[in-house]
Ligand binder design. Structure first.
Ligand code: NIG
Ligand code: FE
Length: 411
């Protein structure tokens, strides 16, 4: 089945097959074809170019894209959208002055979500999570990474990973799965963290890897959570079992987890609200991508990740939603892009690069998603009629998306 988009005002993020990641000054450019066409067949991009080269194809579906931009769908490389219930009460507590950390210390936070999740059936968890998947697809997301980490006991962790697997089977967007048992220490191990880590290493990681339930292994490396040394043990075990590391790191404190991530060949280090000299030097020239999560800073009133400095130092950067019930209850990548521009001083071009091809890189998907490239999957955003693509970050809180296509089909 073929489909052709014609009269596209601007076809954005047109890249060569060899471009898997954009860094430094190249982030400032967004390759674009004005007044373009794009041809897809069976969900794959097969041709594109200026309208004067548009093939005359009869009897195939034509989408007149006059005054509209067509671009690759957002690639959201960090989310926790498989969760149960919500934390609106904690939100109200935080507004009235309690901190995220104090709430967590008193048994709220991740442990609160964990209590609810353990009591939730697979079916119910699937239903709640699939609504979120449908919601983010409508907002232009065409690939997403999802973490476990609210089970904190093996059966509940497996339930989360099985839900992710089922979502991947039932939806056409690309979904990558991450094992994050080391997200917090559950209350039954509160006085015996080492025993909890031992369980993760000796039993859980081998089982998750054997059942092929995750591609990545993640740890929340932070004071009161997991130290650098503990993070190392868990990630090294993951590596031995074929899982690639990602880390939640430098959210509140610099402990040295960024250097550890780079040393262990982590695909990404995420959060980075606090960055020190040593972190920049470790990342520079490495294959590890920095992932900034502006929705989390916005919602928790934390400092924003110094993404401007990261780009200026030629360190690869992606943007992601962190969609989760505690620190970022929104998966709206359009808003992420707005915040990245208004609060982190990224240009629209940089923010779009960070949310498409670089987001795909942070999920190991840049060979099939994240750009307009022959042979890539046609996960696309068609905007409403707009004057320029800068309207996307400019119109914060609004969605300028007219249609989303996943595997070439209207979502
Ligand atoms: O990425 N920082 C740790 N984990 C999540 C938040 C989890 C929660 O509060 O439920 C994050 O922000
Ligand atoms: Fe997170």
């Amino acid at each position: 089945m073929k489909k052709i988009f014609v009269n596209i005002k601007g076809l954005l993020q047109v890249l060569d097959n060899s471009d898997k990641l954009i860094i430094g000054n190249r982030m400032k450019e967004l390759s674009k074809i004005d007044n373009a066409f794009l041809l897809i067949e069976d969900g794959i991009i097969i041709d594109y170019g200026p309208m004067e080269n548009c093939p005359s194809l009869n009897s195939i579906e034509k989408v007149d894209s006059k005054n509209r931009y067509l671009l690759p769908a957002w690639c959201d490389s960090h989310s926790h959208i498989v969760y149960s219930g919500n934390r609106e009460k904690e939100f109200v507590q935080r507004i009235s002055g309690e901190s995220y950390q104090t709430i967590a210390k008193n048994g709220g936070g991740i442990l609160n979500s964990s209590n609810i999740l353990r009591e939730t059936s697979f079916e119910e968890l699937y239903n709640q999570s699939s609504k979120r998947i449908e919601e983010v697809i409508k907002l232009g997301t065409g690939a997403i990474e999802i973490k476990s980490g609210y089970g904190l006991e093996i059966e509940a962790e497996i339930k989360m990973l099985e839900v992710i697997k089922q979502l991947n089977e039932n939806y056409d967007i690309s979904i990558k799965s991450t094992f994050l048992a080391a997200h917090a220490v559950p209350k039954e191990y509160q006085n015996n963290k080492d025993e909890y880590i031992k369980k993760i290493i000796d039993e859980w990681i081998p089982r998750v890897a054997k059942e092929k339930l995750a591609s990545y292994i993640d740890v929340f490396c932070e004071k009161e959570y997991f130290s650098v040394q503990q993070t190392r043990r868990i990630l090294e075990c993951g590596i031995r079992h074929g899982l690639i590391p990602k880390i939640h790191v430098n959210q509140f404190n610099h402990l040295g987890g960024v250097s550890l991530g780079v040393e262990l060949g982590a695909l990404s280090v995420d959060h980075l609200e606090v960055m020190e000299k040593e972190d920049y030097s470790a990342l520079k020239g490495s294959k590890t991508i920095a992932v900034a999560l502006p929705n989390c800073s916005f919602f928790l009133r934390l400092p924003f990740c110094p993404a401007r400095e990261i780009i200026d130092k030629n360190i690869p950067l992606a943007l992601a939603s962190d969609y989760n019930p505690g620190s970022a209850p929104s998966g709206n990548m359009n808003f992420v892009i707005s915040l990245a521009c208004s609060q982190m001083r990224l240009s629209p071009e940089e923010a779009i690069n960070a949310s498409t091809i670089n987001g795909a890189y942070a999920m190991g998907l840049s060979n099939k998603l994240g750009s307009i490239t022959e042979g890539k999957t046609a996960n696309l955003i068609l905007t409403k009629p707009i004057s320029s693509y800068s309207m996307i970050p400019y119109s914060f809180g609004n969605t300028l998306i007219e249609k989303v296509y996943i595997n070439g089909k209207e979502a």
